[in-house]
Design a protein around this ligand. Structure first.
Ligand SMILES: [Zn+2]
Length: 147
């Protein structure tokens, strides 16, 4: 069995039909037996199929994209790990202290709850969510290192 996408040249209806073989289609078509499903016209032909996009090319490109994204993410993780102090769950209070001049400004990263993040934003404390791929492995929590 073979399936053809057909188009009616009279009413431009598009439809599909099954044939035993491509020869069977040619034979039935010549004898006017292939008719439009909508208007019954015998002026029906095979639709010209759009060429399929090569799957290998497309995946090669997306692999290149994800490799680049991973390189960027790795660089970002390294930058954060090397230049930012990890303050763990004290992030909100540390960021607030720096903003209000109670602590010396330095780049920090850490964890907040969604509520804390919202409060910081409302107070105008500059803080931004760190996308997961840019998050370096979490160092020990400051209180854990005391053990
Ligand atoms: Zn038709």
């Amino acid at each position: 069995m073979i399936r053809y996408a057909l188009i009616c040249h009279d009413c431009e209806a598009e439809f599909e039909a099954w044939f035993a073989s491509s020869e069977a289609y040619d034979d039935q078509s010549k004898r006017g037996l292939v008719t439009c499903a909508a208007c019954n016209s015998a002026s029906v032909g095979k639709q010209i199929m759009a060429p399929a996009v090569s799957g290998t090319k497309r995946s090669a490109r997306s692999n290149a994209n994800s490799e680049l994204a991973e390189k960027v993410a790795a660089a970002a993780r390294q930058h954060v790990a090397e230049n930012f102090d990890y303050v763990g769950r004290d992030f909100a209070s540390e960021a607030r202290a720096m903003y209000y001049g109670d602590a010396e400004e330095r780049p920090i990263w850490g964890a907040t709850t969604a509520e804390e993040a919202k409060a910081l934003k409302e107070e105008g404390v500059p803080a931004a969510p760190l996308p997961e791929p840019f998050t370096p492995p979490r160092p020990r929590e400051p209180d854990e290192s005391l053990n």
